[in-house]
Design a protein around this ligand. Structure first.
Ligand SMILES: C[S@@+](CC[C@H](N)C(=O)[O-])C[C@H]1O[C@@H](n2cnc3c(N)ncnc32)[C@H](O)[C@@H]1O
Length: 236
């Protein structure tokens, strides 16, 4: 995968999910929804990092991270707020959060190679107080709870493509999110598979929309829209 521009990963996900026939929810199940896929991706990226020091893919590009950090800055989220990055991948966003000054940061991913890569990237940056854990967000260990902020960049998208009962997995995602996030805590999601309206439906139980973050617009064939949705929900 080589994606560098904002929304680029959207095209990638759409292209990969185009094969086969759609399920009940309109999505075509894809390898992107499986742990085997992500293990293979991060195994490769870990190897590349070891050989060339390249951290690999930043899903939705640099701007997607800046957008979230700008929002936290604008809303004066205290630097000691606890932040959870759900499906952290290479952990680059954790590094950005730490460099910005956040001091209570946790990254989880169900792929052990992703967590190994995140650990290596964090170590190379000389950062030591970031917590990392191999964790399936759909089957959480009891220790994870009480976060002020939860971030999702592409993970709900990936889960939505799971070939094995994605509808149920999405419901489980919402339950897990309710469990880990404090009341009044914020959930910041960036998605290329779901529109704002669809995300509002997905997270209607227990969450309300706090703010929509501006994302690049496209226009094609006389229609215009956003290729990426970035929303902030608050837990009720
Ligand atoms: C599209 S990548 C995004 C990675 C990272 N958030 C970023 O923005 O670069 C999706 C990530 O979600 C992780 N993931 C998918 N399903 C998961 C689950 N059930 N629990 C934890 N992590 C999961 C994958 O391993 C992968 O790292």
């Amino acid at each position: 995968m080589s994606l560098d521009a904002d929304g680029g990963s959207g095209a990638e996900v759409a292209a990969l999910s185009d094969k086969g026939s759609p399920g009940e929810d309109g999505f075509v199940p894809s390898a992107l929804g499986t742990r085997e896929h992500w293990d293979a991706v991060y195994e490769r990226e870990l190897q590349t990092f070891r050989e060339f020091g390249d951290t690999g893919e930043i899903w939705f590009g640099e701007e997607s991270m800046n957008r979230l950090i700008r929002w936290m800055q604008k809303h004066k989220i205290p630097l000691d707020a606890s932040v959870l990055d759900i499906g952290t991948g290479n952990g680059v966003f954790l590094v950005e959060l730490a460099k910005f000054g956040f001091s209570d940061i946790t990254g989880i991913d169900y792929s052990p190679s992703a967590i190994q890569l995140s650990g290596s990237v964090i170590e190379k940056e000389g950062l030591s107080n970031i917590k990392l854990k191999v964790e399936d967000f759909l089957n959480l260990s009891t220790q994870l709870s009480g976060f002020h902020i939860c971030i999702d960049k592409g993970t709900f998208d990936a889960i939505s493509l799971n070939p094995d009962n994605a509808i149920e997995k999405r419901k489980q995602y919402v339950k897990s999110l309710s469990r880990v996030l404090k009341v009044k805590g914020f959930f910041l999601i960036t998605s290329c598979n779901w529109t704002k309206e669809e995300l509002l439906t997905e997270f209607s139980e227990g969450f309300e929309l706090f703010e929509e973050l501006p994302t690049p617009k496209f226009s094609f064939g006389g229609r215009s829209g956003n290729s990426v949705a970035a929303l902030v929900f608050q837990k009720m």
